[in-house]
Design a protein around this ligand. Structure first.
Ligand SMILES: [Zn+2]
Length: 84
């Protein structure tokens, strides 16, 4: 990982620490800046269910993305070992 990526990650982490998870939808928002959750305060119950479903799909696709990154890292490591 390069330095720029590391700084970006640290900034993201700092940003997330300021935020709190919404009791209704579980997504993070800044309660100091926003009185209401920007993700779900405008949604009714069916809307919220749809949002949570989308979130679940996102988590699933992130998981599979993480898996392929993991495979990629192993392949890369393998190439480095055999070419050394
Ligand atoms: Zn919410």
């Amino acid at each position: 990982m390069n330095l720029g990526g590391l700084i970006a990650r640290a900034a993201l982490l700092k940003e997330q620490m300021k935020k709190q998870p919404c009791k209704r939808c579980g997504l993070h928002y800044d309660p100091i800046e926003m009185k209401q959750c920007p993700h779900c305060s405008h949604l009714d119950e069916p809307g919220l269910a749809k949002l949570l479903e989308q979130k679940e799909n996102e988590i699933q696709s992130n998981k599979s993305l993480g898996f392929w990154f993991f495979i990629g890292a192993i392949v890369l490591l393998f190439i480095m070992i055999i070419s050394a």
